[in-house]
Design a protein around this ligand. Structure first.
Ligand code: SME
Length: 152
């Protein structure tokens, strides 16, 4: 599907309507992955949580995935280490990429920060096409993820 800034304005509005500050954080994470997967039809959408020295699989939608990722490893671990979003056009060309599912060809990962600017989660989306994610996806998704940061 073609995604435009409007796609993300709509997604943000819908996500904002789903967030409930009275329920556990996990409930909101799960509902957000469900919404994004449903609207964008991506292969895998999910969160990894920083727990001690590794990333641990949290709420997600899609096929089963790797449950633990060490600091600095894979795209997610690099994003945590660098404190930067990463867009990978071709996972085969990213050194150290962790292949949870061989159908994944491109991905985007975005760190989520707590109030102390520490990385608390890594948000990860995988696609079965190469080169699927662009700057506008990063911008639009980051805005949606501020809804989670506001809960931390
Ligand atoms: N490919 C990721 C691992 C997580 S899965 O894609 C769900 C990585 O290299 O960190």
């Amino acid at each position: 599907m073609t995604r435009t800034p409007k796609t993300y304005d709509d997604l943000y509005a819908e996500a904002k309507g789903l967030i409930d500050i009275e329920v556990p954080l996990f409930t909101n994470l799960a509902n957000l992955t469900a919404l994004i997967k449903l609207r964008c039809q991506w292969f895998w959408v999910g969160f990894y949580e920083v727990i001690n020295n590794e990333l641990v699989l949290s709420a997600f939608q899609g096929p089963p995935a790797c449950v633990k990722i060490p600091f600095g490893k894979g795209v997610c671990g690099q994003s945590w280490k660098l404190k930067e979003s990463i867009i990978v056009d071709n996972v085969n060309e990213f050194e150290g990429h962790i292949a949870c599912n061989e159908a994944s060809k491109s991905e985007i990962v975005i760190p989520i920060y707590d109030n102390n600017q520490r990385v608390k989660f890594i948000f990860d989306i995988d696609h079965t096409n190469y080169g699927e994610f662009k700057l506008q996806d990063k911008v639009g998704l980051k805005k949606c993820l501020t809804l989670i940061e506001e809960l931390l």
